[in-house]
Design a protein around this ligand. Structure first.
Ligand SMILES: *Cc1c(COP(=O)(O)O)cnc(C)c1O
Length: 600
């Protein structure tokens, strides 16, 4: 082996001195995926290679900004779950696609038109190519699937391997080499090919590795073809497969689930799996990927209490639990707040629930940390867009995927009112976000924001940051004063960017939907926009209440508190940390998965 020997035990994180084998601890070494590992004890070796693991499947995983293998919330959540699993030293292996051309790199013209460019990266530069190869059959051709190994190393010493599946091998037909290029790119056929590689290729590759799998966790339905492979392996015993599978559903509407016609499925998969068997679990009309996961998983969860209410309507008769999403606390806390937490809440990185003690941090230090984060963001904005924003002005951030239901232009519904508010006390906006290349509505919204920016340019500064990614998300969710979210209920299944904001004392101002239904304590952790979803209102009435709240709360609550009652504002900031961040974090999510889904 020419790969270096890891100097920490990948199970318990104990430092291993590989030079002096005279140490008291018995060191054993073994290899996995083309790498050599040394363990502090036989017990840890056994745990790493032979104890059953959790296989976490996700079409996208965003673990670091240098690997553009994610598009948005779903992938970032998957990355955060991997990180917290490593923190907890949970034996997990994550499986995703290598997406060599990423999602896309966003350019925006002066007019606000989005241009998409490939976001290429080379896994060979930083990852290890594993010697193990799996094969799948697509359109009658044999397609080889290899994997690149990335080891997510936690500061606790825990490590989770992430396997990035890749069909770009010279043995493959040229068209098949492109299957793992573009995340969510191409047409339905391309998507199905990707999902064959992820679900079936991923399951088969795991079989070639030295470890056993305790549970297969499908993050969204994209990987659900793996259940067909498991059925085959288990003599078509659905009960056995259900006991092996965990499914997390992420949307409250059926239209969001991938569906494929059986003609297409037949063309791509051939007769490897019998149509009757697939139809039994995936629907008779189309192959519905969510139904397939749902019907073959014992443990099913939605991603917030509100989302689960809708999911139960969508999947009647199924017991669906609510595990509200979170974020990886360390990743999403900026440098200045990390220092502050280290000082006042030692141990918070390994035990984020301790953030509940944030109320004890002195106000001045909270404000100083925030000011530094804000300066950091405004410096970045100036470099990126050449716009000098006012460091003293109330700064409102809005960034996420651009698509109809997120209603990114709602705040501009009444420009006169907005101008009136701004005349009293200054406000400024920073926007960011990509629209899917085929989402013409989403692209239209980006253009509209640019138009509003032009109309208001002499009064209100509105900046749009290009190519929203994890780095920009981290800067934005820590550097603005208020984090705005205006989705159309019940479409926001959870949302996570507001949780990132809360970790940095950025105050949420959001429509009551998804996680905010649980996070919002009016006037204490932030403010709600619009009525409670249970209030029966006509669409136009609901919108009226939303707009009234949006402008009235901004004018009469948010602005006066921010400008004239600094201590009250800082209390809101500290409440965001102590009453939101302490709970909405992925360590809690993973702990719940362990006790409710993985260990049963
Ligand atoms: C956190 C994050 C998201 C999710 O944002 P929501 O407001 O929850 O939709 C999307 N994109 C990136 C890059 C993120 O970091």
């Amino acid at each position: 082996m020419d790969n270096p020997v890891s100097s920490r035990c990948p199970v318990c994180g104990i430092q291993i001195d590989t030079e002096s084998l005279t140490s008291r601890i018995e060191i054993t070494c073994d290899s996995f995926g083309g790498k050599n590992y040394c363990f502090c004890s036989e017990n840890c070796r056994h745990h790493f290679l032979e104890d059953p693991r959790i296989a976490y499947f996700s079409m996208e995983i965003g673990v670091s900004n240098s690997m553009p293998t994610y598009s948005g919330g779903l992938g970032v959540l998957a990355g955060d779950i991997v990180k917290s699993s490593a923190d907890l030293r949970l034996q997990m292996v994550a499986i995703t696609l290598v997406s060599r051309k990423g999602y896309f790199r966003q350019k925006i013209t002066k007019e606000g038109d989005q241009l998409e460019q490939p976001d290429e990266w080379d896994p060979a530069k930083t990852l290890t190519r594993m010697p193990n190869v799996a094969t799948v059959t697509i359109e009658g051709r044999t397609v080889k699937v290899q994997a690149w190994l990335f080891e997510y190393q936690s500061i606790t010493g825990g490590m989770v391997p992430i396997l990035f599946l890749d069909t770009d091998m010279k043995e493959n037909d040229p068209q098949d080499r492109r299957i793992t290029d573009s995340l969510y790119g191409g047409d339905k056929t391309y998507r199905l090919k990707q999902e064959i590689v992820l679900g079936i290729g991923g399951a088969r590759l795991l079989k070639n590795l030295p470890f056993k799998i305790r549970k297969y966790h499908m993050n969204e339905g994209h990987s659900s073809l793996l259940t067909l492979e498991l059925l085959k392996e288990n003599g078509m015993d659905a009960e056995k497969v259900r006991n092996l599978c965990v499914f997390t559903t992420h949307s409250p509407v059926e239209a969001a689930f991938d569906q494929f016609s059986y003609d297409l499925v037949q063309r791509m998969l051939g007769n490897e799996y019998l149509r009757g068997d697939i139809e039994r679990y995936a629907g008779t009309e189309n192959l519905n990927m969510a139904f397939l996961s749902l019907n073959l998983s014992k443990y099913i969860n939605g991603v917030s209490l509100a989302h689960v209410e809708y999911s139960r309507k969508l999947f009647p008769g199924r017991y669906i639990r609510a595990v509200t999403n979170g974020v990886h606390s360390f990743t999403w806390t900026n440098l200045f707040f990390r220092e502050l937490f280290d000082k006042y809440i030692p141990g918070w990185t390994n035990e984020p629930i301790l953030l509940a003690k944030a109320s004890e941090i002195p106000n001045r230090e909270v404000w100083d940390a925030h000011t530094k984060a804000k300066t950091n963001l405004l410096t970045f904005v100036e470099k990126a867009n050449g716009v000098q924003l006012d460091p003293e002005a109330l700064t409102i951030g809005f960034a996420r995927r651009f698509t109809g239901y997120k209603r990114s232009t709602l705040i501009f519904s009444d420009l006169h009112r907005l101008q009136d508010i701004n005349r009293k006390e200054k406000i400024q906006f920073i926007f960011g976000g990509k629209a899917h290349p085929n989402d013409t509505d989403g692209k239209g919204l980006i253009r509209q924001i640019h138009e509003y920016a032009k109309i208001l340019k002499d009064q209100i500064s509105i900046v749009y940051l290009e190519n929203y990614d994890m780095d920009i998300a981290a800067k934005l969710t820590s550097g603005v004063d208020v984090w705005l979210n205006t989705p159309l209920p019940p479409m926001e299944a959870s949302g996570t960017s507001g949780m990132k904001a809360a970790h940095n004392g950025v105050v949420n101002f959001s429509v009551l939907d998804g996680w905010w239904m649980e996070g919002c304590i009016e006037g204490v952790t932030g403010w709600a926009i619009g009525p409670h979803p249970r209030e029966m209102l006509m669409e136009n009435e609901r919108r009226e209440v939303e707009l009234r709240d949006l402008y009235n709360k901004l004018e009469y609550l948010i602005i006066p508190t921010f400008y004239n009652q600094k201590d009250a504002w800082i209390t809101l900031m500290k409440n965001s940390i102590a009453k939101i961040a302490y709970y909405f974090q992925t360590q809690w999510v993973v702990r719940r998965y362990i006790t409710e889904a993985y260990l049963i």
